[in-house]
Design a protein around this ligand. Structure first.
Ligand SMILES: [Zn+2]
Length: 280
């Protein structure tokens, strides 16, 4: 799933390639992808890209007074292609056709249609509901976390709540909590000042580390699968990068969290909540 580091490098790469390019035609073949109707999609035709930016996990394609806001959700991909797609390609959600047969294309894989696109007037962007409710960016300079996370909820859900702090998902939350040596189930309102500061530092350094890896390894054409410089997430059974203890995994709802018992849970191996719910 694309999180802040993935979208950051997408914004950088497309931001270097698109400005000055003119959209010849715009199509949204996926019936559910386009969430707005005014301005219409064809208002993009003839317009030039002026910039590309990111907010949290969302991408903003800027065209003077219009903005294409998009969220790839878990299975979407965006790519600048040298050749236009066949309209029969069922994975296509948005096609922005450029001169010379090239095309900026959003595709989505899997059975669900979750990725979405909005065409907004530039002056309406800040107030759009998908952006207005977002918390501060997790990187590069999040505010102090003690007050931000002051809620009786576990850190792994608080940190992934885009309205609390924006940009982090299931992959990078495991890495951040491991570096900060905090349990995924520690409550936000239980953080000491030192722990909150360690968590903030881990967030900045981990997301920054990943972006640095992408900066070195990801170029156009954007890869279908990003390199995943993970050390903890989904690495259960392997040694902890901090201390060498074998990493453990715990199932929670429909996903897996990976953590180090020595660094994060005072040596305790967490109960499998999925399993314990089934046993009730
Ligand atoms: Zn460890």
């Amino acid at each position: 799933m694309p999180e802040l580091p993935e979208m950051e490098i997408v914004a950088r790469r497309l931001g270097a390639a698109l400005p000055g390019e003119t959209i010849e035609s715009a199509l949204a073949p996926g019936i559910n992808a386009l969430k707005t109707f005014d301005p219409p999609l064809h208002a993009l035709e003839g317009r030039q890209f002026t910039g590309v930016s990111r907010r949290g996990k969302l991408l903003l394609l800027e065209l003077d007074d219009l903005v294409v806001l998009l969220h790839l959700m878990s299975a979407g991909r965006i790519q600048l292609y040298e050749k236009r797609a066949s309209l029969r390609d069922r994975t296509s959600r948005l096609l922005l056709r450029l001169p010379g047969d090239r095309e900026l294309r959003v595709r989505e894989f899997g059975s669900k249609q979750a990725a979405w696109v909005k065409v907004l007037r530039a002056e309406d962007v800040a107030g759009d509901e998908s952006l207005a409710g977002l918390g501060p960016e997790a990187w590069p300079d999040p505010p102090p976390l003690r007050e931000l996370l002051d809620a009786p909820r576990p850190l792994h859900t608080l940190l992934r709540d885009q309205q609390v702090v924006t940009g982090i998902g299931r992959t990078w939350v495991d890495e951040i909590l491991n570096v900060a040596r905090l349990s995924p189930f520690k409550r936000g309102d239980d953080l000491s000042d030192d722990e909150a500061e360690a968590l903030r530092a881990a967030m900045v350094s981990e997301l920054g580390r990943v972006i640095d890896v992408y900066e070195e390894r990801v170029d156009l054409p954007l890869p279908e699968k990003f390199p995943k410089p993970t050390r903890v997430h989904a690495h259960q059974g392997e040694p902890c990068p901090q201390c060498g203890t074998v990493l453990e995994a715990v199932f929670y709802e429909d996903y897996v969290m990976t953590y180090c018992p020595t660094d994060q849970t005072d040596g305790r191996v967490l109960k499998d909540r999925r399993l314990s719910r089934l046993l009730k």
